[in-house]
Design a protein around this ligand. Structure first.
Ligand SMILES: C[S@@+](CC[C@H](N)C(=O)[O-])C[C@H]1O[C@@H](n2cnc3c(N)ncnc32)[C@H](O)[C@@H]1O
Length: 274
């Protein structure tokens, strides 16, 4: 059972609120609209203080962002899929470590069990694979759905978007059989280097890293979701321990991140034995 999340949303126009309410339909989110005459940083700062809140959604020129206000500083994060256009067009096994690890071919099926902002999913879908973005947090799921909808108006993106499905829910509830499961679970905040970025650090305000038991469940479930020849790829900060303390079959790493690969049988046998 999902808990409903309460979140204020700042907009300048009543029309914007109507659009957001339509998007929220079906998600366990209680959105409280706050209309502001302007949306610049100064006004947002006042609004956070006046309403005694530290986090809100912001709907601005058809763009949805998550804004946090802490110690007088505003942090604004949004999916910004268009900023990945060049990377997606040129993505290949040479340029993307993730694709070296994933070894996907067109038409294969992927479940991204921790979709977040959807960036890694887009790189995976650039191969021609079909990607299911699975996201448990209703705020993140809303931002994914909105970004998917927003990018549809760009003709160059329609092929890629048609290969992506968004599912709001826990990946542990997904029943399917696929070629690849990809997981990028949260990690304790201080493990993220500056290279991993402010965006991920901002997520920590409302998404907790998995416990050791959650890690075991995630890995165990991921290997159940792949067919016999399938692969599980886990993204970790470069110096992080392996998920659920399970040694991977192979790893690929650069100076910021590591991708650990698992196959079905050794993991099923090990985890069941624990
Ligand atoms: C580190 S972020 C992933 C970032 C993502 N790889 C990207 O490129 O933007 C992890 C995300 O996984 C989601 N998540 C964590 N556990 C989950 C679960 N069991 N099922 C679905 N989503 C989950 C969190 O809500 C969070 O948004």
């Amino acid at each position: 059972m999902q808990m409903a999340a309460d979140l204020p949303i700042f907009c300048t126009h009543l029309d914007d609120i109507v659009k957001v309410m339509a998007m929220v339909d079906g998600l366990p989110l209680n959105i409280e609209p706050i209309i502001l005459s302007k949306l610049n940083n100064k006004y947002l700062g006042f609004a956070f203080t006046e309403h005694n809140i530290s986090q809100a959604l912001l709907f601005e020129k058809d763009k949805l962002s998550l804004v946090q206000y802490k110690d007088g500083e505003l942090i604004k994060v949004s999916n910004e899929w268009h900023t990945l256009t060049k990377r997606i067009v040129t993505a290949g096994r040479k340029s993307e470590l993730l694709l070296q690890a994933a070894k996907l071919t067109a038409g294969q099926s992927v479940i991204d069990g921790t979709a977040g902002f959807g960036h890694d999913s887009l790189i995976l879908a650039s191969t021609g694979a079909m990607v299911m973005m699975c996201e448990n947090n209703p705020i993140m799921a809303l931002m994914l759905m909105h970004e998917h909808h927003r990018m549809q108006s760009n003709a160059n993106w329609q092929g890629l978007l048609s290969r992506i499905k968004i599912y709001h829910g826990n990946v542990l509830d997904v029943r399917a059989s696929c070629d690849l499961v990809y997981l990028d679970p949260m990690f304790p905040q201080d493990s993220y280097s500056a290279k991993v970025g402010k965006t991920m650090q901002a997520l920590h305000a409302f998404v907790a890293p998995p416990s050791r038991d959650d890690e075991i469940q995630l890995l165990n479930h991921a290997v159940q979701l792949i067919h016999d020849e399938g692969r599980v790829i886990i993204k970790r900060p470069v110096s992080a321990p392996h998920l659920a303390q399970q040694a991977p079959i192979q790893s690929w790493q650069n100076d910021a991140v590591r991708f650990d690969q698992y196959h079905k049988h050794p993991i099923v046998d090990n985890l069941v034995a624990q």
